[in-house]
Design a protein around this ligand. Structure first.
Ligand code: PMP
Length: 458
């Protein structure tokens, strides 16, 4: 069999139906096939090394060669390779992980169940809320509040919650989704408006929307503490402090989608702690297994637990679950990943490297092409603009984000394009040196791409 790089690419294109992959880039550049990893680096089939500046999809936070996770997995596979949590059954690693997550929760939480991903965890929450409200005699409480630019997943309702225009491809969002403003000061605050004033305005607008929809029709609100795939949007100071009383006034539970932020990304164990969010329900995934196993989790406050349990009494069960949710191997891996993050200096590393990364990004904001540099901890973004004063976006035809990401890739750094922005989320094990190299390369690429775009504009 032909095993050259070209042949792998050919075989890939001939057999694989790509998801979330730009078809023009795929045609132009072909697929990128990765063969192995070492620490924060991955190697393609040609042996070229790349610093993974996005931790894969935010999830490979402990890098690509954490042998302790592989060993725990091997031990658990040998001990008891797989089971489920239906019909009152369970296994030890699953119980131990549930307990550990409750110990670490940012606000008191009462119970946990496990899923396979972030999407299906959010989907589970929606079903739970709908069931709960119906059981409480409020079956009209079905609408879900979300925000423009939010990302909550790819299953049907999680997609509907996703505040990106592409969901129209599927005839979404549907009538049960209410989209709120994206809390992005740099883009949407009024000239001279302080963060606090902007937050107060967003809270007032939230209340107007709730009243207009009818509070008796709203089941819950979903929010990422810091929006990730929407472009690393850190909410303005006071945002959650001001919107939470509004939600409470109308009895609307707040779901923190901690899929990206949870377990350290912001420099806090939870994004909720970074932004003053007090959730009723928490959804986690990604870093909880450091990407070494598909895992998701839903944590319920005592109030949600009590009300959801009462609803289950009507049906004699929670008629929901996934075959591999709470998989003992996934839970054993997650326990170890969480131990490494919390007890082996990883959170400390994020707190050391994160501020240097953020300061470096802020320096790049001085570049003539960069409108805003933003982020928190080890998540950041640069948004490029054609005119810094008016914040006018580059026309799509310049494909600025794509070009920066492609130039970075040529130089051995993976970063993610997002329209005219690039998004960065280095692994939690990244060193100061690696962050320094990433920032240096970015500076160089910004100069090159800027010169090139100027030439085209001229
Ligand atoms: N919520 C958030 C905030 C996410 O960033 C993602 C994935 N990037 C999801 C949910 C969906 O998770 P998954 O892809 O594991 O289904």
């Amino acid at each position: 069999m032909d095993t050259t790089v070209q042949s792998w690419e050919r075989r890939e294109l001939g057999s694989f139906f790509h998801t979330f992959s730009d078809l023009a880039s795929l045609r132009e550049d072909g697929p990128a096939i990765v063969e192995k990893g070492d620490g924060a680096y991955i190697f393609d089939t040609a042996g070229k090394r790349y610093f993974e500046g996005n931790s894969g999809l935010w999830n490979m936070t402990l890098g690509f060669s954490e042998t302790r996770l592989a060993e725990v997995a091997a031990r658990q596979y040998a001990q008891f390779p797989g089971y489920h949590t239906f019909f009152g059954r369970n296994s030890k690693p699953t119980i131990a992980l549930a307990e550990r997550m409750l110990e670490l929760a940012p606000v008191p939480m009462s119970r946990v169940f496990f899923t396979n991903s972030g999407s299906d965890a959010n989907e589970s929450v929606i079903k739970l809320l709908w069931m709960m409200w119906a059981a409480e005699g409020q079956p009209r409480r079905r609408k879900l509040l979300t925000r423009k630019n939010a990302y909550h997943g790819a299953t049907v309702m999680a997609s509907a919650l996703t505040g990106k225009d592409y969901v129209r491809a599927f005839g979404l969002p549907n009538a049960e989704i209410v989209t709120l403003d994206c809390p992005h000061s740099w883009r949407f605050a009024l000239p001279g408006e302080s963060d606090e004033d902007y937050s107060a305005r967003l809270a007032a607008r939230l209340e107007q929307q709730i009243v207009a929809e009818g509070p008796e029709t709203i089941a819950g609100m979903f929010a990422e503490p810091v929006m990730g795939a929407g472009g690393v949007i850190v909410p303005p100071d006071g945002y959650f402090r001001m919107i939470q009383p509004v939600l409470q006034r109308y009895g609307i539970p707040l779901v923190a989608d901690e899929v990206i932020c949870g377990f350290g990304r912001t420099g806090h164990l939870w994004g909720a702690q970074a932004v003053g969010l007090r959730p009723d329900i928490i959804v986690a995934s990604k870093s909880m297994s450091a990407g070494y196993f598909p895992m998701g989790a839903v944590m319920l406050s005592a109030d949600m637990d009590k009300r959801a349990t009462a609803a289950c009494e009507l049906w004699e069960e929670f008629p929901h679950g996934y075959t591999t949710g709470g998989h003992p191997v996934g839970c054993a891996i997650s326990l170890e990943a969480i131990r490494i993050i919390t007890e082996e200096g990883i959170l400390d590393n994020i707190r050391k490297v994160g501020p240097v990364f953020q300061a470096g990004l802020r320096t790049l904001a001085e570049h003539p092409m960069v409108g805003e540099a933003r982020g928190l901890g080890l998540m950041g973004a640069l948004e490029m603009v054609a005119d810094k004063k008016t914040k006018t976006a580059y026309a799509g035809e310049y494909r600025v984000g794509d070009r920066i990401a492609k130039a970075a890739r040529d130089l051995g750094f993976i970063i993610r394009p997002l329209g005219a922005s690039v998004v960065l989320a280095p692994p939690f094990i990244a060193t100061l040196d690696q962050i320094g190299q990433l920032l240096d390369v970015l500076k160089r690429i910004l100069d090159d791409v800027h010169a090139d775009v100027n030439r085209r504009c001229a």
